[in-house]
Design a protein around this ligand. Structure first.
Ligand SMILES: [Zn+2]
Length: 255
């Protein structure tokens, strides 16, 4: 039996016309430098791939999930001087999110998951704010890079263009990854002040002061195989979450 189509960008009206979708997924990336070997679209391509794989798996089990086109711009206020970085401010993101939720609300799609692929994006404040305006649409955020225990798959996960991201990109878009010999070491400086080092104090990092090659994390041990294994675990986990979140009635969310 054919399962519900999940990819909105590729769907025709007739494909989805009569389907009552339960959940929309919004992949949200960024446009920023990723060391010398990964493309600017890395965060967007990763979020998009993971959303499609997980939604595909969930729909095969009978879910009705629709993946929206990915948003390619993230919060990059700390990287503006790096050529090609395109910043979208948190307040703009909130407006974008608002309009998407309003559209879903009109079509009675009552669940949305933002699949976030960029560390500078933080959707919690927007989700809390919009909760009041659209009480019928329940919105969740998943930072995929904190999901699926990546430390079990990589020797040194890395923060930005490191072993994890490089492995994933080698697997999903190897043709646009430069040979690893071109990559910088991804070395980064840490804060001197103890509170920041320990993580209980926070201030945004000025990227060019922290890293020379724009990477944070050593990509040299990356491989397509590692990326494939991690993605398989990650998308299984997300497929289960998407399925549960799409099926569970609101009054049964708590036990
Ligand atoms: Zn990235």
């Amino acid at each position: 039996m054919e399962h519900t189509p999940h990819e909105l960008s590729a769907a025709k009206w007739g494909d989805i016309q009569g389907i009552k979708y339960q959940l929309a997924i919004l992949p949200w990336g960024a446009t920023e430098a990723h060391n010398y070997h990964l493309p600017y679209g890395t965060d967007t391509l990763e979020a998009q791939y993971i959303a499609h794989e997980a939604a595909h798996k969930a729909n095969q089990k009978g879910a009705k999930i629709l993946v929206l086109p990915a948003i390619p711009f993230g919060v990059n206020t700390g990287q503006m001087e790096i050529p090609g970085t395109i910043n979208m401010n948190p307040s703009t993101q909130t407006f974008v999110l608002r309009d998407i939720i309003e559209s879903l609300d009109h079509q009675s799609i009552s669940r949305l998951v933002i699949l976030n692929g960029h560390g500078g994006n933080d959707f919690k404040p927007a989700i809390r704010e919009l909760y009041q305006e659209f009480p019928d649409v329940l919105v969740a955020n998943v930072d995929w890079f904190k999901t699926g225990q990546p430390e079990q798959f990589f020797e040194e996960v890395g923060d930005h263009a490191g072993e994890m991201e490089t492995s994933i990109m080698l697997h999903i878009a190897g043709d646009i990854v430069s040979p690893l010999e071109k990559a910088g070491k991804g070395q980064s400086k840490s804060f001197q002040i103890q509170g920041f080092r320990n993580g209980w104090a926070w201030t945004p990092r000025q990227w060019t002061a922290v890293t020379e090659d724009t990477g944070i994390g050593d990509p040299s041990k990356a491989s397509s195989k590692k990326g494939e294994k991690y993605l398989s675990r990650l998308t299984d986990l997300l497929a289960d979450f998407f399925f549960e979140f799409s099926e569970t009635e609101r009054d049964l969310l708590y036990e």
